[in-house]
Design a protein around this ligand. Sequence first.
Ligand code: SAM
Length: 155
Amino acid sequence: MNADADGQGGTVLPAQSREGSPVACDFVPSVLGTREHWDAVYERELRTFQEYGDTGEIWFGEESMNRLIRWMQKHKIPLDASVLDIGTGNGVFLVELVKHGFSNVTGIDYSPSAIKLSASILEKEGLSNINLKDLSFLKSCQHPSSALEVDLETL
Ligand SMILES: C[S@@+](CC[C@H](N)C(=O)[O-])C[C@H]1O[C@@H](n2cnc3c(N)ncnc32)[C@H](O)[C@@H]1O
């Protein structure tokens, strides 16, 4: 049986066991797991930034960024360590990392509009030494032998 669980046209199929029979599963697909959703979000946020200069939403809040940076400082993560922000969105965490002295930071996101938005925000902040790449983390990880590393080397 198919169900439109999120009310947005997503088709939900029952999970299958290896043998093909349905199994109980607590998780249902969410629109938040689709690239179409994030493309639409960041196309809108990019237009808003271009029109009003608003950097947009920090999805997990400023405090979560500060907590992460405090953790990195407490654990003495070297300032020249390579830091990868997966699903960087508007790239605001990258800005915070650089402001706290981290010098080798990279943001990836599978939404090209998110990457355009983060590039525009970094430019406005006068930060040119941050790597950005329009890249799907999961797709890279499906390939053999660290394709993510290879993808990132092309930066
Ligand atoms: C909840 S938002 C968080 C954005 C930003 N990090 C923040 O805290 O405001 C999730 C982000 O992950 C990105 N994303 C989701 N799946 C991804 C994948 N497989 N590879 C790369 N980026 C992905 C989305 O495009 C979106 O920008």
